[in-house]
Ligand binder design. Structure first.
Ligand SMILES: NC(=O)c1ccc[n+]([C@@H]2O[C@H](COP(=O)([O-])OP(=O)(O)OC[C@H]3O[C@@H](n4cnc5c(N)ncnc54)[C@H](OP(=O)(O)O)[C@@H]3O)[C@@H](O)[C@H]2O)c1
Length: 177
């Protein structure tokens, strides 16, 4: 069966997701949610995460690769430095092809803007886990609008941390419902 792809993203009210290659907010509850969602499995195999080279570089060195997950970096460069065990691929398709031969459970696209844009058009994209941040920040990277191929399947209560309100939303492709 074809691999189902899932996006995980946090976006403000203007769909802003980042500024100067970093996150413009600090929301520990969202970090915990991301960690738990992307590491959680029901069986023996890890989940895969696919990340753009710029977002990879924005992760502090001591926190990468993201532990307990198969890390895949997308870059067009011929070579980049990557720790042992991290896959480097030149396209989303080649990453998905490689994944066919690597036992894993789920596959999460974790950004940034360029990678989200491509993944949103991918026929196997099934779910978008969106943390909606209920403010507008000054962002230079944005998530595309979620179109009507997707339906809002779940929404959490609104939470607040560091004076920032946010809620978790899950969109699912209507054809999968
Ligand atoms: N709020 C959130 O949930 C969230 C999550 C993740 C990231 N972000 C934010 O997003 C921003 C970064 O986004 P970005 O768009 O600038 O960078 P990005 O998507 O993280 O990375 C872009 C790079 O990925 C590579 N790439 C893109 N498309 C590719 C393809 N089809 N095949 C192979 N490689 C490909 C290229 O690397 P090369 O240049 O090496 O060829 C490109 O320069 C930051 O502000 C970050 O904090 C936010």
């Amino acid at each position: 069966m074809a691999e189902k792809l899932e996006i995980v993203v946090a976006a403000d009210l203007d769909n802003g997701i980042g500024k100067d290659n970093s996150l413009p907010w600090r929301i520990p509850g969202d970090m915990k949610f991301f960690q738990s969602l992307t590491t959680g499995t029901t069986g023996e195999h890890k989940n895969a995460i696919i990340v753009g080279r710029k977002t990879w570089e924005s992760i502090p060195e001591k926190r990468r690769p993201l532990k307990d997950r198969l890390n895949i970096i997308l870059t067009k460069k011929a070579e980049i430095d990557a720790p042992e065990g991290v896959l480097v691929c030149n396209s989303l398709e080649s990453a998905l092809e490689k994944l066919q031969n690597i036992p894993h459970e789920r596959c999460f696209i974790i950004g940034g803007a360029q990678i989200y844009k491509e993944a949103l058009q991918h026929p196997h994209l099934d779910t978008i886990h969106l943390t909606r941040i209920m403010q507008e920040f000054d962002c230079d990277a944005h998530f595309p609008p979620i179109d009507d191929r997707f339906a809002l399947a779940a929404v959490s209560d609104t939470m607040e941390e560091n004076d920032i309100e946010y809620r978790f939303q899950r969109y699912v492709k209507k054809s999968s419902l």
